[in-house]
Structure formats: C-alpha cells, structure tokens
Design a protein around this ligand. Structure first.
Ligand SMILES: *Cc1c(COP(=O)(O)O)cnc(C)c1O
Length: 448
C-alpha cells in the first residue's frame, strides 16, 4: 500500500502541529501505524492522499450516521451558508432543533446548545453542582466525557475512592472532588457515596455513559442503571446521562430505548451536529432554569448554536425521526458484521467478544465477557494492533484502538459488510499462520 504522501504530510504537520494532529487518537499511537491523511470521502468510503480507498467504520468518530456527503445534510448546509456563517444572535432554527431534542428525549425539558461534547458535559456538571449544592462528583472508570479538568481523573488506588489527576496540569484540589466507581457495579457506587459523605463534601452529581463507547463498547445493565437511579435519589445527587456518543446513535432515543431509567440531565453531541461542531446539554426545567440568563450559573459561547451547524444537525435529526426503520436496518448490519467477525476469529481459534447497540459496535480480543474497564484492559491489545494493520492494508478503516467503538452508517450496504467480513477472515488467517500476508505492506487498492 503506497503511503508516501501520508508519511510526508505527517512529517510536515509535526513541524507545526503538536504530534502532527489536532486530537491525539488520530496519531495512530496505539497501533503504531501511519495515520492516513484524508483527501475526501463519500458515503461509506474515505480516500487518502495517496489514492487508497477504505470502508470507513470510524465515520468521524460517530457523527456521520448517514455516511459522508449525505445529500440532504449537504444541501441544508449550503443553503445556510448563503445566509451568513454566524450572527451571534438568536435564530429560529435553534428553537426548532431544541423542540426536536425535547420531543425525542424523555425527561429533557430545556436545552442549551454548545459546540463540543466537552463543553456540554463540563457545563452540565457545573449546573448539577449548583443545583445540588454539593461539590463531589462520581464518574466511572473507562467512561470518557471530554477533557475538562474535573473529568480527567482516573481511579486512584482501586475503585470507589477519590481519583487522581489522569493528566499533568489538573490540580489535585480539583480531582479530589471526583470519585471513580466501577462500571456495572452498584456496590462500588454506594461505596463512593459513603466515602464522600464521611470524608468529602457530598456527591452533587453522577455522570455516566449509559452505553459506554469509550472503553470499547460496554453497555450498562438495566438493573444497574435502575439501582444507580435509586442511589442518586437517596443521596440527593443529579444523574447525568452522557449520550454524546449514544444519543441518536444506539437508537433514536439513545439509551432510553433499552432502559426505563430517566436521568435528571443529559448531554448530546456527535450525531446531533451531523458532522458539524454542535453539542447540547439539557434536563429538567427546575435544574436548567438556574442557568444564566435566567439563573446565576454562568455559561456562554460565541459560536454556540451556530446556524450552519444547527442546519446540519436538524436535518440529521429530522431524517432519523422520519424513518423509524433506519435503526433496525443499521442494527441488522451491525449484527451481521459482529457475528461475522466473531466467527472469522473463532475459526482460527482467536477468542473475540462482540457487542452492538443500534449502529454502534465493538469487539474485544478477550476470552471473557467485558462488563467494565478492568475486564476491557485484559484484552490483547497487541493482537488488536495486528488486526487493525491487516484490515487497513485491505482497505478497511477501523478505529485505531481496542478501546473505541465502531460505527455503521446508512450508506453501508450488505456488500460492504460482507466484504469487510471476508477481509477479516483473511486477516485472521494470516495472523493465525503468523504469515506476513499476501499484501506484505504493498499496494492494496480496493474499488468501492
Ligand atoms: C466524544 C465524547 C465526548 C466529548 O465530545 P467532544 O465533542 O470530543 O468534546 C464526551 N462524551 C462522550 C460519551 C463522548 O463519546
């Protein structure tokens, strides 16, 4: 596979952009490969600067549920651009989008639009702390909620304790307010509540990905979410569902389709912007009304509710809402794909755990089921790196880490799914035979 231009571009980028990328995962660090510089994309496929074509299961890390260059989204964006890029003043379309979110997602009565998932969770937490009057926060090991200081915290010495900064630059004075619990483990949650009650300032809010997509794909059990809801009510904590990835992705209603638990607040991003920088947080009116200008909790954004981004997001949402069969079709494809991957791996004796929720899918090189981050970390990441590399050589673009989810888009047909399974079979056979492979790092060009 010719990668000369990507290699050149990467070297040049590294001179002026830290690590050559504007978000670390793009550097392919965990699979030790060459990050592809992308030239263009269409539907299910992306094209790199060397002219290689790939079936894209990353889809911009989730936003593109209709694939690249969807005609309806494209035309609404072009129309909006002609009317001006940004006004810093309210527009009618923001109200329309807010109404749609509220009508789809139960329990959300008011929203505010922002520009990234990080902003959405950060603002939701500030508001939740103000509402509950308590500073401590519980998050779950392996869940990702963006890169704000309070959330860049990892489990300290074991779970159910106050966390430690997971990045230099995060003050201990801040991370000491974040407790880290184990996913799908209600005892660890209760231990956090007790720890905070006796040694801390009390838990003001709990934030969780109800369908975790950032440690690989690990959905929360229904019983666990019910018990979590109960604990939050008992201790007076605001429950925030971070649906930035799962919202309008796992189902139209995110996690709500598979579980009867409602959060007090929810955050959205990715699909909600249709590929443009747009995110949102929302919740019960009694909480949301504390936000400025109605209340005194400060939050703002120069480009918040940007009309072009809102156009893209609204078009996506309306398309999803207008055809309820979309999610069934996507889920069927995800099922076929994950079963195919599992069978292919098993046929050569490689254990693979697979999972899908709507259009999200994940797989672990692990011989045991994965229910939390401790389990996920037992996966064979070296095997993942090999598989990732072999799939790339065959023109299949998978997320470049064992701990990411994959995404199906409507532009993927049976043909792409089946051909991905075929290429996985070849890859697994090569891995099992420990052979260099027929491509031997050379030109794999696949015509879509
Ligand atoms: C991607 C993601 C975020 C952060 O969103 P950005 O737009 O990258 O800031 C937050 N929470 C979850 C669950 C995510 O998947």
């Amino acid at each position: 596979m010719n990668l000369l231009q990507s290699i050149n571009d990467f070297n040049e980028a590294k001179q002026v952009i830290v690590g050559g990328v504007n978000s670390p995962v793009r550097a392919f660090g965990s699979v030790d490969g060459v990050p592809r510089f992308i030239h263009k994309a269409k539907g299910a496929h992306i094209y790199d600067v060397d002219g290689n074509v790939y079936i894209d299961f990353v889809q911009s890390w989730g936003p593109l549920i209709f694939g690249h260059c969807d005609k309806d989204i494209e035309s609404s964006v072009l129309q909006s651009v002609k009317n001006g890029l940004s006004f810093g003043a309210p527009t009618e379309i923001e109200t329309t989008l807010a109404k749609e979110i509220i009508s789809i997602y139960d329990g959300v009565q008011k929203v505010r639009l922002v520009s990234s998932g990080t902003e959405a969770t950060m603002s939701a937490i500030r508001l939740a702390r103000a509402y509950s009057g308590k500073d401590d926060l519980i998050k779950f090991d392996g869940c990702y909620h963006g890169h704000s200081d309070s959330l860049l915290v990892s489990a300290g010495s074991g779970c159910a304790t106050f966390g430690a900064p997971s990045s230099p630059g995060v003050p201990k004075d801040l991370s000491k307010h974040t407790l880290v619990a184990r996913y799908n483990d209600i005892d660890s949650v209760r231990a956090c509540f007790e720890e905070s009650k006796t040694k801390g300032s009390g838990v003001g809010c709990v934030i969780i990905e109800p369908i975790a997509g950032n440690m690989g794909l690990v959905p929360a059990d229904r019983e666990f979410l019910r018990a979590l809801r109960k604990a939050c009510d008992e201790y007076g904590a605001v429950l925030i569902f971070d649906e930035v990835m799962s919202g309008f992705r796992a189902s139209l209603r995110g996690s709500l389709e598979s579980c009867d638990v409602l959060p007090d607040m929810a955050t959205f991003g990715k699909v909600i912007g249709g590929g443009m920088p747009l995110a949102a947080f929302g919740g019960k009116d009694e909480i949301m009304k504390l936000l400025s200008p109605e209340g005194s909790v400060y939050q703002a954004g120069t480009l918040s509710g940007n009309p072009v981004a809102v156009s893209a997001g609204l078009t996506s949402l309306l398309k999803l809402k207008s055809d309820p069969s979309i999610f069934d079709t996507l889920a069927k494809k995800a099922h076929t794909l994950t079963q195919g991957l599992k069978d292919a791996a098993q046929s050569v004796g490689i254990p693979l755990q697979v999972c899908h929720r709507g259009s999200m899918f994940g797989f672990f090189f692990n011989d045991k089921p994965v229910r939390n981050f401790d389990d996920a970390k037992q996966s064979d990441t070296a095997m993942f790196a090999k598989f990732h590399q072999k799939m790339l050589e065959r023109g299949v673009y998978l997320a470049c880490s064992q701990f990411e989810s994959g995404f199906i888009c409507t532009a993927m047909g049976e043909k792409e799914i089946q051909s991905t399974i075929d290429r996985a079979k070849e890859s697994f056979e090569e891995i099992a035979n420990n052979s260099v492979g027929k491509y031997n790092g050379q030109a794999a060009r696949y015509a879509p």
